[in-house]
Design a protein around this ligand. Structure first.
Ligand code: FES
Length: 96
């Protein structure tokens, strides 16, 4: 899902996804290759694949594992707290 910047108070929209193996992850919504929304992409194992040219961004680091994107996107911490999904915009993902 896309969390619009006006809702989160962060600089940019954020893509929040559920990994196939479990857990929630959040990345900057805009692909680092072109202005395409990653929340329109596909979760594939531990990556989020861009819907335009299929660069696959690591859910934990934001680093593209396949071209053409070369630059990482930022990650954001997201956690489940008392049955609520809580997003921490600007706080990078870290293993808890
Ligand atoms: S726009 Fe995302 S890989 Fe090209």
């Amino acid at each position: 899902m896309r969390v619009p910047a006006e809702d989160s108070g962060y600089d940019t929209d954020i893509a929040v996804v559920h990994a196939e193996e479990g857990g929630f992850f959040a990345l900057d919504d805009e692909c680092s290759h072109e202005a395409v929304s990653l929340s329109d992409g596909f979760v594939e194992e531990q990556t989020l694949e861009c819907p335009m040219h299929a660069s696959a961004f690591c859910l934990r680091t934001g680093v593209p594992e396949t071209p053409p994107a070369m630059k990482p996107v930022k990650t954001h911490r997201v956690s489940v707290e008392e049955d609520n999904l809580v997003l921490y915009p600007g706080t990078p993902f870290s293993e808890e």
